[in-house]
Design a protein around this ligand. Structure first.
Ligand SMILES: [Zn+2]
Ligand SMILES: [Zn+2]
Length: 426
């Protein structure tokens, strides 16, 4: 079968499978699981892959990771990796959709937590499943191999556990086949059905920051008899907001603390305070600089108050780097599939995504896909009048338009197929 016919067959199969893609998405959305707890999600994925006749399925990789390998019927050296993250977030959903999550995880460390797919990984997972079915239906025409990579714990496992993309690599997920590229797209509140492409570092480098300020417990009415860790914590939070001034102002860096844990009460000054935060930077060279400055700030602030403090940097994630070379290969394929007018240059973000590990290891690209009623005003996104509004990822109101997921699916399968053709012809 010539490539032209295979391309048409891909589109036909995608359209036919789209209703299933949407119903799988709704199922996953109603049954979200937190990072490193995606057991039922993985079982759902594996059952579907078996139903599509995909024989080589590896599960239980780095927790609940699943890798499926589809070996095509034509000769070719390409191994196209398509990736979806499968975990949800500790967010109480208020999207208002009739398949909204009401799940609560009672046992998660630090919980109980309400759980929701507030980052849209249900869309990624359902679409990757649909892509597996579409590509399996034209298996005999594929000149190479496709790998379907279902990755757990993208949002970060509990701090004392490992998990995510790097853990999958370390666990040998790619020993039976090694991708020659990995591609994915994150759903985002950019205009419906558009693809936002950024060349260079597109998602930030990230680390989790854990600061422990050690004081000495004392009655709140007599702080001079103990060591109060609270002013130290407060000064560290304030001071950390100045770290950007020690890094070239042209490089975006943020240092934020989003969670504080203490052991006191209104009339007891507790003996320690824990601060949890994150450093983000687009130029990965700035990470070590920011970490050094924060360490100096933490230790010296503690010393100034007679306390002690430690700082740990955990869960290091490299930036997603889309090289010009890979973008020039993948972007034209997407433009062919959905029209060049729906592909635009988007700014980099300070969010992270550990897809960066796969892109760095195997090549490939990672873009954003629009699933909300928004439009571009200059370089910014704004809600369309009369639409469902704009809700950022991780927001309780985050939503994704089901119909738009068909073109997400078409992009997935065409990018994989064209990559295989490309390598088969060289
Ligand atoms: Zn997220
Ligand atoms: Zn995400």
């Amino acid at each position: 079968m010539p490539a032209l016919e295979t391309r048409a067959a891909l589109d036909k199969a995608a359209a036919a499978i789209h209703p299933d893609q949407v119903s799988w998405r709704h199922h996953l959305h109603q049954n979200p699981e937190l990072s490193n707890r995606e057991a039922n999600t993985a079982d759902f994925i594996v059952a579907k892959l078996a139903a599509f006749g995909i024989e080589e399925v590896h599960q239980g990789i780095a927790g609940h990771g699943v890798v499926a390998i589809l070996r095509g019927g034509l000769p070719g050296s390409g191994v196209a990796g398509l990736r979806a993250d499968i975990d949800a977030l500790p967010v109480k959903e208020t999207s208002g959709v009739d398949f909204a999550s009401t799940v609560v995880d009672e046992n998660y460390p630090g919980g109980p937590f309400p759980v929701a797919h507030a980052c849209g990984h249900d869309c990624h997972t359902a679409t990757l499943l649909a892509a597996a079915q579409v590509l399996a239906s034209v298996k005999d025409q594929l000149p190479g191999t496709v790998m379907f990579i279902f990755q757990p714990a993208e949002e970060g496992p509990p701090p004392d556990e490992t998990g995510g993309a790097q853990a999958m690599v370390d666990a040998g997920a790619f020993t039976s086949a090694s991708p020659t590229m990995v591609f994915g797209m994150h759903v985002a509140p950019i205009p419906l059905g558009t693809v936002g492409v950024h060349v260079g570092n597109s998602y930030a480098a990230s680390c989790l920051v854990k600061v422990r300020v050690q004081g000495q417990q004392v009655h709140a009415s007599t702080p001079w008899y103990g060591i109060d860790p609270y002013p130290v914590a407060a000064q560290i939070i304030s001071g950390s907001a100045q770290i950007y001034r020690q890094i070239p102002a042209t490089n975006p860096v943020t240092v934020s603390f989003g969670h504080l844990e203490d052991v006191g009460r209104f009339n007891i000054i507790g003996d320690h305070v824990l601060l949890w935060g994150t450093i983000r930077c687009l130029d990965d060279g700035d990470m070590a600089t920011a970490q050094d400055h924060l360490r100096v700030l933490v230790q010296n602030t503690a010393a100034a108050y007679g306390a002690t403090a430690t700082v740990d940097y955990l869960q290091d994630i490299p930036p997603v780097n889309n090289t010009p070379d890979w973008v020039s290969k993948v972007r034209p394929v997407i433009e062919q599939v959905i029209g060049a007018e729906r592909v635009f240059d988007s700014p980099a973000v300070l969010g992270y995504d550990d897809m960066s590990v796969f892109v760095r290891e195997f090549g490939g690209a990672y873009f954003n896909y629009g699933v909300q009623d928004t439009h571009l005003v200059g370089n910014s996104v704004a809600p369309v009048e009369g639409g469902r509004g704009m809700a950022m990822n991780h927001n309780p109101e985050f939503y994704a338009d089901d119909d738009s997921l068909l073109d997400y699916l078409r992009i997935f399968v065409h990018v994989a197929y064209e990559h295989l053709l490309d390598l088969a012809q060289h």
